[in-house]
Ligand binder design. Structure first.
Ligand SMILES: Nc1ncnc2c1ncn2[C@@H]1O[C@H](COP(=O)(O)OP(=O)(O)O)[C@@H](O)[C@H]1O
Ligand SMILES: O=P(O)(O)OC[C@H](O)CO
Length: 496
């Protein structure tokens, strides 16, 4: 008998990947396509839904072909995705009525400010664990209903379906038969009660969202349906689903309360497992789900930073001081140690712990001697400085003594320079795993769990292996002084 395989779809902000895994969760074959970005207006970020779908299907087929595998060998598909990105489509045709509004999009900043002025913020936070910010789906969905001609009436008639990218892909993969999401993605909409585990009627009223547009919410490991005829050479069950940061928690095996992972892709998302307890943050972190299995919710505290690897992309595509991302580390290593340049990458405002949607970026401390090397160093350092802000907020909320080991993943963790600086600044070890595609790994794990091939989260799951530990080398006083300089720079860009 041939070995059962698992296929993970990781639909990220800048690319779509499909990764074929063995039942032991070892990656077997990868296919990846870049996703075009659209910036129709300052602060707006959109994706073309047909690009997302076409790349998903193409990479699924390519990963199978590269792995020399057939669809009938698949025990399941796991979907993981960029979160919060909002789509609204016509149930009859399956076509989106507008481009997807991406999580980074700030067009609803004024709507969120108005809700805060009306005193709605405490209700939103109490029910969803989130802060009233344009980052989340609710105001994006309301914007589509109000700004696409005829959308609100069609939604109220039940003709339109809302979903984050996971739901949209599921709809397409099942040939329009299943409109569902998982609890982790639902938890990022600002419409879902994370303690009740259901859509919240008070929030639906507040954001003026008709219930008829919403998907059904399921566990992260569940029977989500099977692929429609003609997509692959056999019908394959879709058995796992989780937002990318939640899947990365599973891929990083952060199964125990107190364990922390930080993913460095376009943005950076640091999540702490808080077990059965939905910890309320006093430091402007988010309370969210780690995952939901068998109806049981495991919670997390999350710090979300909007720009991490995107700062490196800007060095390449905006400033053009590097030819590829990897060059950033080489350049940073050549920077003059005597110069202290700070780069606050608030291109789309600042996320945790500041939540200032109107802040914009700045480079401070320039002198005549400043050149590309100092700016590259400041860009890489900014990611570590922001991580330290999150870790300090988390420590204050969680109350644990000492500094937990940070498990890191994502494209930017390829930068040894950045990972060493991160360990130096935190004064704590930074662990990089052998498999850095932890998001896809988590999605494959969920599909394998549902298929009965893998055990539930716990010591019996053995997919995590250390590749390299970065140990702090910098004196604490120096790290603290650098961080204080960063905090001063941030103060200069805050608008409130
Ligand atoms: N060697 C490197 N040094 C610094 N940044 C890097 C390096 N390699 C990749 N990156 C950054 O990592 C990001 C891509 O990571 P990825 O996890 O694929 O992101 P996403 O899932 O958000 O699309 C890009 O923003 C890129 O600039
Ligand atoms: O596409 P990524 O990996 O940058 O992740 C995006 C996040 O899910 C947004 O919340």
């Amino acid at each position: 008998m041939t070995e059962a395989l698992l296929l993970a779809i990781d639909q990220g902000t800048t690319s779509t990947r499909s990764i074929l895994h063995g039942a032991d969760l070892a990656p077997r074959a990868v296919a990846q396509l870049a996703l075009p970005q659209h910036y129709p207006s300052p602060g707006w970020v959109e994706h073309e839904p047909e690009d997302i779908w076409a790349a998903t299907l193409a990479t699924m087929r390519e990963a199978l072909a590269r792995g020399g595998a057939q669809a009938r060998q698949l025990a399941g598909i796991g979907i993981t995705n960029q979160r919060e990105t909002t789509l609204l489509w016509d149930r009859a045709s399956g076509r989106a009525i507008a481009r997807a509004i991406v999580w980074q999009d700030r067009r609803t900043a004024a709507d969120c400010a108005a809700l805060v002025d009306r005193g709605a913020a405490p209700l939103v936070t109490a029910r969803t664990g989130l802060l009233c910010d344009p980052y989340f789906s609710a105001t994006k969905l309301a914007w589509l209903l109000d700004n696409v001609s005829g959308a609100r009436a069609a939604a109220e008639r039940g003709d339109l379906a809302f979903g984050t990218v996971d739901s949209f892909l599921l709809w397409r993969l099942t040939g329009g038969r299943v409109h569902a999401t998982d609890a982790t993605n639902a938890a990022r909409t600002m419409l879902f009660g994370i303690r009740a585990g259901d859509w919240d009627d008070d929030l639906l009223r507040l954001f003026r969202i008709p219930r008829a547009v919403l998907p059904e919410v399921r566990d992260c490991a569940a029977e989500f349906g099977t692929t429609a005829p003609g997509l692959l050479d056999a019908a394959v069950p879709i058995r796992g689903m989780a937002g990318d940061q939640h899947a990365a928690m599973l891929g990083q095996a952060c199964f125990e309360p107190g364990m922390v992972k930080s993913t460095y892709g376009t943005g950076c998302f640091l999540l702490l497992n808080t077990g059965d307890v939905a910890v309320e943050s006093n430091n402007r972190l988010l309370t969210t789900l780690a995952w939901q299995l068998n109806g049981r919710r495991t919670y997390a505290l999350e710090g979300a930073i909007f720009i991490a690897g995107a700062a490196v992309q800007w060095l390449r595509d905006g400033l053009r001081i590097i030819a590829d991302a990897a060059e950033s580390g080489t350049l940073a290593a050549q920077a003059d140690p005597a110069q202290r340049v700070h780069f606050v990458p608030a291109f789309v405002g600042l996320g945790a712990p500041h939540w200032d949607a109107d802040a914009r970026g700045a480079i401070l401390g320039l002198t005549r001697g400043t050149g590309p090397a100092e700016i590259a160093r400041a860009a890489l350092e900014s990611v570590a400085f922001q991580t330290r802000d999150l870790v300090e907020a988390m420590r204050a909320d969680w109350g644990a003594e000492g500094q937990p080991v940070l498990r890191v993943d994502g494209g930017m963790t390829a930068s040894d320079w950045t990972m060493q600086f991160l360990a130096d600044l935190l004064g704590a070890p930074v662990d990089r795993p052998a498999v850095q595609e932890t998001t896809a790994l988590g999605a494959a794990y969920l599909a394998g769990l549902q298929a009965g091939l893998l055990p539930p989260p716990g010591p019996a799951v053995a997919h995590w292996r250390l590749e390299r530990r970065f140990t702090p080398r910098m004196a604490r006083a120096e790290a603290d002084a650098l961080h204080a300089g960063w905090q001063g720079a941030v103060q200069r860009v805050l608008t409130k």
